[in-house]
Design a binder for this molecule. Structure first.
Ligand SMILES: Cc1cc2nc3c(=O)[nH]c(=O)nc-3n(C[C@H](O)[C@H](O)[C@H](O)COP(=O)(O)O)c2cc1C
Ligand SMILES: Nc1ncnc2c1ncn2[C@@H]1O[C@H](COP(=O)(O)OP(=O)(O)OP(=O)(O)O)[C@@H](O)[C@H]1O
Length: 143
């Protein structure tokens, strides 16, 4: 039984998220997703959708066995509980693979770090990022 963890903000869902989660699910037998708390999304605009609602939507996706809300202060607490064999980072996630592996080892956690693949837009009109969806809403719905 290989347990995989994926993680991210997942504010407004789109097919890039589904692709990432399917890719992560294909790395093992059971997929757990850690949904970042709004307070920890500091590297970009914070999410619009509340924490628990994002967790609920991610948990409803086919590749996902269980969705968890992240810890507010210590990102290694959910990892200690879930005990994954693999952590699947998204293709563009800012975490440094080696630093993350070292921090996990320092906490006595032994997991493989892998990178998922990107889903690129095949037609110009596909919206494969939450930021692009929000930009489109602002363009088309503002007076
Ligand atoms: C191994 C790992 C564990 C994480 N655990 C948590 C957590 O417990 N709580 C949380 O708020 N975010 C957690 N995160 C999410 C990061 O904070 C996160 O990558 C970022 O805020 C989400 O941004 P993104 O959607 O642009 O990747 C975790 C990330 C990684 C790589
Ligand atoms: N087009 C995509 N292809 C593959 N993975 C994706 C794609 N878009 C997002 N992901 C992955 O989904 C996870 C959650 O991403 P996140 O919630 O930051 O969405 P986002 O659409 O990239 O957001 P934003 O546009 O605000 O940066 C990350 O691991 C990210 O790499």
């Amino acid at each position: 039984m290989t347990r995989v963890v994926a993680q991210g903000t997942f504010d407004i869902l789109h097919p890039g998220h589904v692709h990432y989660l399917q890719d992560a699910a294909d790395m093992g037998d059971e997929l757990h997703v850690i949904v970042a708390r709004s307070v920890n999304v500091t590297h970009k605009e914070p999410p619009v959708v509340p924490d628990e609602q994002r967790r609920e939507m991610v948990g409803a996706l086919k590749p996902v066995d269980e969705a968890h809300l992240g810890h507010p202060e210590d990102i290694f607490v959910p990892i200690e509980r879930i005990e994954p064999d693999i952590i699947a980072l998204g293709y563009d996630q800012h975490h440094d693979d080696e630093q993350l592996e070292a921090a996990l080892s320092a906490r006595g956690l032994d997991c493989d770090i892998r990178r998922a693949s990107p889903l690129e837009a095949d037609v110009a009109d596909r919206l494969l990022s939450t930021g692009r969806i929000i930009d489109r809403i602002l363009d088309e719905r503002s007076e």
